[in-house]
Design a protein around this ligand. Structure first.
Ligand code: ADP
Ligand code: ADP
Length: 226
């Protein structure tokens, strides 16, 4: 996946400064975890990358190109986004939910691609015919990941993807996401409030507080308390 650079990103909501001149370089192909308390600006930072949030100042570039070059919907096809709660459409089957991200004309081609995506996230092919509420929480999160990967993005943004899960499922899904990252050569930025999860999965851990990055280290450094 591509490198990502943030330069002087600032965003306020009224008197709340959600991002305070954040500058950051994320290496191509790395897995970065963004941790910090609720309200520290993690989601806002993530959303400036795929232009769900427009910064007041500063900019974002992906692979050296400014995200404002070109329409936002083109940008978003190159960026997988797994958000909190996942947001599967309850009245659509799993296969239909995944296919939303695809822009393939033929029914047979769509079915083949959905099957590929289900396999990629280790879901059985017959899960495609089910409704989201017929899946476990962990399986639903996997559908969210499959949908995010539908357009073959190089960059994956994940906002508390495992928030609502029990610890065992959480751990299992975390490892699955890391394996996908490695296998597909993605650049991954994952928001989590769980430092243990960040240390386990990421190459680099960024800690946010009040709209700023207050720590930036490799997991081994943080674990030693440096
Ligand atoms: P985090 O993801 O770390 O919980 P957020 O980026 O969601 O933090 O929020 C950072 C701050 O900005 C918080 O104080 C939050 O209430 C505020 N904020 C975020 N989005 C909005 C919004 N759309 N309108 C008003 N305030 C917002
Ligand atoms: P997160 O903080 O991870 O974005 P939330 O559940 O806090 O998740 O927020 C859900 C949505 O509401 C997000 O799009 C966020 O930008 C927005 N939001 C967060 N805080 C506020 C706020 N104080 N006022 C209005 N919108 C907010």
């Amino acid at each position: 996946g591509p490198s990502v650079a943030l330069a002087g990103l600032t965003k306020s909501y009224g008197a709340t400064r959600a991002l305070d001149a954040v500058s950051l370089e994320i290496a191509a192909g790395s897995f970065v975890a963004l941790v910090g308390q609720s309200g520290s600006g993690k989601s806002t930072l993530l959303k400036t990358i795929n232009r769900l949030v427009e910064p007041d100042a500063g900019g974002v570039s992906i692979g050296g190109a400014d995200v404002r070059d070109g329409p936002a919907h083109h940008l978003r096809r190159r960026i997988g986004y797994v958000f909190q709660g996942i947001g599967l459409f309850p009245h659509m089957t799993v296969a239909e939910n995944i296919a939303i991200g695809l822009r393939i004309a033929g029914e047979r081609e769509t079915r083949a691609r959905v099957a590929e995506l289900l396999a990629l996230v280790d879901l059985p092919n017959d899960a495609g015919a089910r409704m989201p509420d017929q899946l476990s929480g962990g399986q639903r999160q996997r559908v969210g990941v499959a949908r995010a990967l539908a357009t073959e993005p190089g960059l994956m943004l994940m906002d508390e993807p495992f928030g609502a899960l029990d610890p065992v499922t959480r751990d299992e899904l975390g490892r699955a996401v890391r394996a996908l990252h490695d296998r597909l050569g993605l650049t991954t930025i994952m928001v989590t409030h769980d430092m243990a999860e960040a240390l386990l999965l990421a190459d680099r851990v960024l800690v946010m507080k009040a709209g700023r990055i207050v720590a930036d280290a490799a997991p081994a450094q943080l674990a030693r308390g440096e």
